[in-house]
Design a protein around this ligand. Structure first.
Ligand SMILES: Cc1cc2nc3c(=O)[nH]c(=O)nc-3n(C[C@H](O)[C@H](O)[C@H](O)COP(=O)(O)O)c2cc1C
Length: 340
């Protein structure tokens, strides 16, 4: 795992997407090694959530392994679960580059990837080969050209292919980079969406498979309460909070000007931490324990993860911190969680 330490200066000199592609190229080579290490440091952290047995509460958030290409590696690093995707039903290229920006001085990432996806068929085929001992979630989205009114059909099309091959499904209605997507969080849009997905789940005989909803951190307090009620009464299995934020106020000057100069997109990493936690606490208080919550957004240490679990979250996911700190972060968080 020191490989990342050695390569990190190179990765951070490269354009972020080139660095990402290089890391994945290397990762794919590592995945074909016959003997990847067993992640011993996650021992003793097992927990059962929505009927699934998670080896550790720590997972990899959606968006990094969109196509499920590095599953054996995530397991070897020690993640208990990986959320693949966002997968759209049909392939699409995402937004034009540049669309990914790092600010290492602040532990911040700005992205407007816009659901670059190989499409559900390709990803489904890849999911035929999954390592044991790793929970895999499928995060689903709609294609950019699909009108909002037909969003349900897109989620259903992706679900039909992906759901039989994963352990849980997350509906992503919170990416800021697909125009109109976040409107699906409004109760009047959310109700039929969740009902339509739960009907399909039943039709496919997958009633026992958890169906989660991933929310944005940019919702007003009253809206959050209403969304929680829709989620609970619909009968879905849990919530994930949060996705990236559009709020530039989470960054202070002089960095804010640099971030704004890069244009549109969602912010993640350290600056998102307080906002994501506030939103999660609000959701947890509205939930009253009726559904499990997966914490995400700005988590980067054992203390952050333990703080989220102490707040009442059942699981935690990371993304940005892994980019800045490297794979050793998973072990460090596990060791810290055990000490705490
Ligand atoms: C480059 C990038 C791409 C992302 N793509 C997705 C995505 O496709 N679907 C999704 O639900 N979340 C996506 N996310 C959001 C993350 O899953 C996570 O919710 C967010 O980054 C906050 O966590 P963090 O602060 O630990 O990074 C993406 C984040 C980044 C940085």
């Amino acid at each position: 795992m020191d490989l990342y330490g050695t390569l990190r200066p190179l990765f951070f000199r490269l354009d972020p997407e080139t660095a990402h592609n290089l890391a994945f190229w290397l990762g794919e080579r590592l995945c074909s090694w016959p003997r990847l290490p067993e992640p011993a440091h996650r021992a003793g952290l097992r927990r059962s959530v929505f009927g699934l047995d998670f080896p550790t509460p720590l997972g990899l958030a959606a968006g990094l392994d969109k196509g499920a290409t590095l599953l054996p590696l995530w397991k070897a690093l020690g993640f208990g679960h990986v959320e693949i995707g966002t997968v759209t039903p049909r392939p699409q290229p995402g937004n034009p580059r540049p669309r990914l920006f790092r600010f290492p001085q602040a532990g911040l990432i700005l992205n407007r990837m816009g659901f670059n996806s190989e499409g559900a068929e390709v990803v489904t085929a890849r999911l035929r080969h999954r390592p044991a001992g790793l929970i895999v979630g499928g995060n689903l989205g709609k294609n950019k050209e699909t009108p909002e009114a037909q969003a349900l059909e897109d989620y259903r099309a992706a679900y039909r292919l992906i759901a039989p091959r994963v352990d849980y499904i997350a509906l992503n209605v919170s990416s800021p980079n697909t125009p109109g997507l976040r409107n699906l969080q409004a109760p009047e849009a959310l109700r039929p969406l969740l009902a339509g997905m739960l009907d399909l789940r039943k039709e496919m005989g997958l009633e026992l498979q958890p169906l989660l909803l991933k929310l944005a951190p940019d919702l007003a307090t009253e809206d959050l309460d209403a969304i929680v009620e829709v989620a609970v009464t619909s009968g879905i299995s849990g919530l994930i909070a949060t996705n990236t934020t559009l709020d530039r106020e989470v960054v202070t000057e002089p960095l804010r000007a640099l971030v704004e100069a890069k244009g549109a997109g969602g912010l993640s990493g350290v600056p998102l931490k307080p906002k994501a936690r506030e939103v999660r606490r609000r959701i947890l208080s509205a939930l009253h324990g009726r559904l499990p919550l997966v914490a995400c957004g700005g988590l980067g240490s054992a203390e952050d993860v333990q703080g989220a679990l102490d707040d009442g979250a059942a699981l935690a996911q990371i993304y940005s911190a892994l980019i800045f700190e490297g794979p050793v972060l998973v072990k460090r968080i596990h060791q810290g969680l055990r000490q705490i």
